[in-house]
Design a protein around this ligand. Structure first.
Ligand code: SAM
Length: 298
């Protein structure tokens, strides 16, 4: 472990950050979702909450100038951080000079072979993911990781507040969406704390929140095919103003008769809306549709 004292990194100090960025001639890229943390309490709290002590190492996505990376390096045996923007590498070399257990890898997290990365650099896992995610890829990153089958113990992510609320909402509640079905199937989400827009440089237009998602050792419901469950959820939520019956029938290309029967078999009314269905009902619905012949077309 690097570092001996528990002094916070100076990287969250706006004056220090401005000087660092100016000296390297660095300009923020909006397209890459670059809003760097300048609230000194956020990264230590994320590092403490991510459960690094139970993992072979931590995988960070988008280290920026390394403000969270530095904190993670104080609590983890190894940190591997994937950064898309190669302009940040000279800065990271400087800011992480006292963290020999932190390694930065250049690449796009959405295109990278993360299984190979975990095998090669983190001893095959288990791994905790901890990140201040770029807003523009929150959903694909979170969903991709949850459904990846990678040896993950947990995800602790800073995301837009609305995205955090959606990810945390259990199916059957107003704020839920198709992602909520996948989240609840794979993990137990918990909203840890909120982070105001003033905690970032430059400040984004929205507030954020930190979410912890502990991976479940076993799924809470049994389904014949997990990918089919998520397809059913996506179809049901694809037209939120319509009933689940109409959305499912259109989305899955099935007749209303069999879909209506499957909804009844799952204990749901055919005029129910997707956000009224619980995870157990989605599981029962996907079982009924699968057994009723949808497996042939899937
Ligand atoms: N962790 C830093 C912090 O908290 O200050 C930076 C967070 S900033 C919201 C997101 C970071 O992700 C940026 O450094 C950006 O360059 C990087 N990034 C954007 N898209 C990425 C991608 N597809 N793969 C890896 N990193 C990406």
């Amino acid at each position: 472990m690097a570092g001996t004292g528990r002094e916070n990194s100076r990287l969250a100090d706006p004056g220090f950050l401005r000087e660092l960025l100016g000296r390297h001639g660095f300009h923020f890229s909006k397209a890459m979702g670059q809003n760097f943390l300048i609230n000194p309490s956020v990264c230590p709290r994320m590092a403490a909450a991510c459960g690094a002590e139970d993992c072979a190492g931590v995988l960070e996505i988008g280290p920026g100038v390394g403000v969270l990376t530095w904190e993670l390096a104080q609590v983890a045996s190894k940190v591997v951080a994937v950064e898309l923007d190669s302009r940040l590498f000279p800065l990271l070399k400087e800011t992480l000079a006292d963290c020999p257990n932190a390694e930065v890898v250049q690449g796009d997290v959405l295109k990278m072979d993360l299984a190979a990365l975990i095998e090669e650099k983190l001893g095959g896992g288990p791994v905790c993911v901890c990140a201040n995610l770029p807003y523009y890829i929150t959903s694909p990153v979170v969903m991709g990781l949850l459904e990846s089958g990678l040896p993950l113990k947990s995800l602790t992510v800073l995301v837009q507040k609305e995205a955090a609320q959606r990810l945390c909402a259990p199916p059957g509640t107003r704020a839920c969406g198709a992602v909520s079905v996948s989240v609840q199937y794979h993990c137990q989400p918990e909203l840890l704390f909120q982070v105001g827009r003033g905690s970032f440089m430059p400040p984004p237009k929205v507030d954020s929140a930190v979410l912890h998602m502990g991976m479940r050792p076993h799924p809470p419901v049994q389904v014949p095919d997990k990918a089919f469950l998520f397809r059913v959820a996506r179809a049901a939520f694809s037209q939120r103003r319509k009933t689940a019956l109409n959305a499912l029938s259109a989305g899955l290309g099935l007749g209303k008769g069999p879909v209506s029967q499957a909804l009844l078999a799952a204990g749901a009314q055919p005029n129910a809306r997707a956000e009224q269905l619980t995870l157990e009902q989605f599981a029962a619905l996907s079982r009924a549709l699968w057994d009723g012949g949808a497996r042939e077309t899937f």
